[in-house]
Design a protein around this ligand. Structure first.
Ligand code: ZN
Length: 174
């Protein structure tokens, strides 16, 4: 009888509370946390996005950067503009990819600023190590991190041709 009631319950009623409970516990596994958050997003019509835009967790801020409305095509929303100043390089990269092609002068000025600045720090999506600003590959697992400065420069000049290296093999000690 109980199993039958469960079967009839909408999937969101069962899964959403479970995912909300699991999300903070997945902090040490950023890639799993990202998948759980994306699933939660799909079951809640994007409701958490506004909160995630300013969440202390860069995994959630990156998802907000990828999914929040961008504005009317003429200008960035304040939330999107704020995320171009994020302390995590992955969040900035996510916004840059969506802002291109440039639609307004403010966006272009931001591309130029980011292209000229040192890359910010980043949380490794693979091993959850917090990497320092300017760090090319993860200090723990050597996965190559985000490079918003390079990305902004390439998008500005239309030279997005270089394939991304996934793992920096030169950085292994052994
Ligand atoms: Zn790592």
């Amino acid at each position: 009888m109980a199993a039958r009631a469960l079967w009839r319950a909408p999937i969101a009623e069962i899964v959403v509370p479970t995912l909300l409970h699991a999300l903070p516990q997945l902090q040490p596994r950023p890639e799993h946390q990202r998948i759980a958050a994306l699933t939660l997003l799909s079951l809640t019509d994007g409701q958490p996005l506004d909160d995630w835009a300013t969440d202390p967790n860069p995994v959630l801020r990156r998802i907000a950067a990828q999914h929040l409305p961008m504005g009317n095509g003429q200008s960035m929303t304040p939330a999107i503009a704020a995320m171009l100043h994020d302390v995590d390089g992955y969040v900035i990269e996510a916004v840059l990819r969506r802002l291109h092609p440039l639609s307004d002068a403010a966006a272009e000025a931001e591309f130029e600023r980011i292209a000229a600045e040192r890359n910010p720090g980043w949380l490794c999506i693979r091993c959850a190590t917090q990497n320092q600003p300017g760090r090319y590959s993860c200090s723990q697992c050597h996965v190559v991190g985000p490079e918003p400065a390079d990305l902004a420069a390439a998008l500005l000049t239309g030279t997005m041709t270089r394939p991304r290296v996934i793992l920096d093999l030169d950085d292994f000690d052994d």
